[in-house]
Design a protein. Structure first.
Length: 318
C-alpha cells in the first residue's frame, strides 16, 4: 500500500513539474521569442538551422542566420572578386548577445574595407564548438569557399570541449545541450547557475591549470591539422587566444610556443592588454555581457580593430 501511495505521489509530482515547465516555456517564448535552432547531422558537428532569426541570449538582439546555416549575409559560392576571410570559432565568433552588425567578423570586414581593402569576412562561428569541431568545419565546409586567410578565435574554456565519448556521461551532456538549444526558458535560466556549464562539460568543479595543460597537449594536433590544410591551400592562419583573466595567459603562451618556427601562422597576443587599457580609460564601459560573460559590442570592436591592424601590418590581403 505504501509503495502504491509513493508511486501515485511521484507521478503527481512529475506531472505537476512538467506542467509548470510547460507554462514557463510558453511564457518565456511569448515574451522573448524563439532561441536559435540547431540541426544535428551527427555526433561531432551541429549547425544552426538555415534561414532563421532567433535570440542567442534572452532580451538581446536577434541573430539572422543565412541559407548556409551561419550568421550574417548569404555566402557567395566560388570566387567573389573580394579578399575572402574565413572566421572560425564558437559563440565568440558567432556573436552571442550582440546584433548582426556587432559581431567580430562583421566589424573586422568594416575595418579592413575602411582601410581600402575589398574584403569579405565569412562568419563560420558555431556556439558550443571545440577545437576538433572547428577544424572539421574548416576542412568540410569553410575551405570550399577558398578563403585567402583563415582566422580562428578561441578561449581556454574550449579545451573542455573534447570530442564526444560513447558513455552514460556523454548521454547526459548531449541531453543538456539539446535542452539548452531548444528551450527558451532554459536559455533564460542558464546564466543563473554558475556551475551549470561545468555539469554540461563533465565536471562539477572548475578545472585546474594542470587539467587545462593536459587538454592542451591533446588539442595541439587539431591546430597542426588546420595549419597543414591552410599551408596546402596557400592560406595564412591567424589564431586569437581570447584572454580575459590574468590566469588565462598560460593559454596564450602555449599557442606562442606551438607557433615557434612555423610558417603561415600568426598568434594575436594583445587582447588582454587592449581590454585592460580600454577599461582603465573608460571604467564604466562594459566589456562583458552582465550575467553571461560573452564579449559586448565594445569588446568585439576592440578585437576586430586589433585583428585588422595585424592583417594590414603584415600585408595579408596584398
Amino acid at each position: 500500500m505504501k509503495w502504491k501511495e509513493f508511486f501515485i505521489g511521484l507521478t503527481v509530482s512529475l506531472v505537476t513539474m512538467f506542467l509548470l515547465l510547460a507554462v514557463f516555456e510558453f511564457t518565456s517564448s511569448l515574451i522573448f521569442g524563439s532561441t536559435i535552432q540547431y540541426a544535428y547531422g551527427g555526433q561531432t558537428l551541429w549547425l544552426m538551422e538555415p534561414s532563421q532569426e532567433g535570440f542567442t541570449l534572452p532580451g538581446k538582439p536577434l541573430a539572422s542566420i543565412n541559407p548556409q546555416g551561419f550568421r550574417g549575409e548569404p555566402f557567395t559560392e566560388g570566387k567573389s572578386g573580394k579578399k575572402r576571410i574565413a572566421f572560425l570559432g564558437d559563440s565568440y565568433a558567432m556573436g552571442y548577445g550582440v546584433g548582426d552588425n556587432e559581431t567580430i567578423p562583421l566589424l573586422l570586414q568594416q575595418y579592413l574595407n575602411a582601410g581600402g581593402k575589398n574584403a569579405e569576412v565569412l562568419n563560420f562561428g558555431v556556439p558550443g564548438y571545440g577545437h576538433q569541431q572547428m577544424g572539421q568545419l574548416y576542412e568540410e565546409i569553410a575551405a570550399s569557399y577558398s578563403p585567402d586567410t583563415v582566422i580562428l578565435i578561441t578561449s581556454e574554456f574550449n579545451l573542455l570541449r573534447q570530442p564526444p565519448q560513447a558513455n552514460s556521461q556523454n548521454i547526459l551532456q548531449r541531453f543538456l545541450r539539446f535542452i539548452l538549444r531548444r528551450s527558451t526558458f532554459a536559455a533564460l535560466m542558464k546564466p543563473k547557475f554558475e556551475n551549470f556549464r561545468w555539469l554540461i562539460f563533465g565536471s562539477s568543479e572548475q578545472p585546474t591549470s594542470e587539467d587545462y595543460q593536459q587538454l592542451w597537449e591533446k588539442d595541439k594536433m587539431h591546430f597542426d591539422e588546420i595549419l597543414t590544410t591552410a599551408r596546402k591551400n596557400n592560406q595564412s592562419l591567424i589564431i586569437i587566444p581570447y584572454i580575459e583573466k590574468e590566469q588565462e595567459k598560460e593559454f596564450l603562451q602555449w599557442f606562442q610556443e606551438w607557433a615557434k618556427g612555423k610558417s603561415n601562422v600568426i598568434i594575436l597576443s594583445g587582447i588582454f592588454d587592449a581590454m585592460k587599457s580600454y577599461q582603465e580609460k573608460k571604467p564604466n564601459a562594459l566589456l562583458q555581457i552582465p550575467g553571461d560573460g560573452h564579449p559586448t559590442a565594445v569588446a568585439n570592436n576592440i578585437t576586430a580593430s586589433l585583428v585588422g591592424e595585424l592583417m594590414l601590418k603584415n600585408k595579408l590581403l596584398g
